[in-house]
Write a protein that binds this ligand. Structure first.
Ligand SMILES: [Zn+2]
Length: 175
């Protein structure tokens, strides 16, 4: 069994968990995904995905800003660090296949996505849209830290739940 590779502290008084100074919440996967599916049912996947994209983009950008100061990281190092932390925290295994903070392009493979594991490989559709905004959010931070002002977008080009063996996310500059 692997041991947690992320630093976790639990406050004796409040019970609040923190990693690198950020408050965290530890929840069962089924609880999280059941909530996700309930919101999707109410809003419709398209509307929900759009809302999540914006929220995820902003959260990833802020996380990168915070972590760059905590660990003294710059540029694309922060993107790699983010993918490593996501992988260590149980969202899936995120493998960077390509990343270029100057051109604003990236390709990330995700195995063992939390959504695919919970909803099954035969869902018949792409189910990991919660992740989509995270990649351009992180890469936008990386490119800005190098002095570039890019507008990026991303999509899940294949998913482990739509008949593919794993998920792939691609980030490209807006045209
Ligand atoms: Zn997927």
């Amino acid at each position: 069994m692997g041991r947690p590779q992320v630093p976790i502290e639990v406050d004796d008084v409040t019970g609040v968990w923190t990693t690198d100074g950020l408050p965290m919440i530890y929840v069962p996967r089924h609880f999280f995904v059941n909530n996700h599916v309930a919101i999707e049912s109410a809003l419709g996947a398209e509307t929900y995905a759009k809302q999540l994209y914006e929220a995820g983009f902003e959260s990833a950008y802020s996380w990168c800003e915070h972590e760059s100061q905590t660990h003294g990281l710059q540029g694309v190092e922060v993107f790699h660090h983010y993918m490593q932390r996501l992988s260590q925290r149980g969202w899936g295994r995120f493998t960077v296949q390509e990343v270029d903070a100057v051109s604003g392009q990236a390709r990330v493979r995700v195995n063992y996505s939390v959504f695919v594991l919970q909803l099954g490989a035969n869902a018949g559709r792409k189910v990991c849209y919660m992740f989509t905004g995270w990649f351009p959010g992180a890469l936008t931070w990386a490119s800005r830290s190098l002095g570039h002002a890019l507008r990026l977008r991303a999509r899940e080009s294949q998913c482990g739940a739509d008949g593919s063996r794993y998920c792939v996310f691609e980030v490209t500059p807006e045209t």
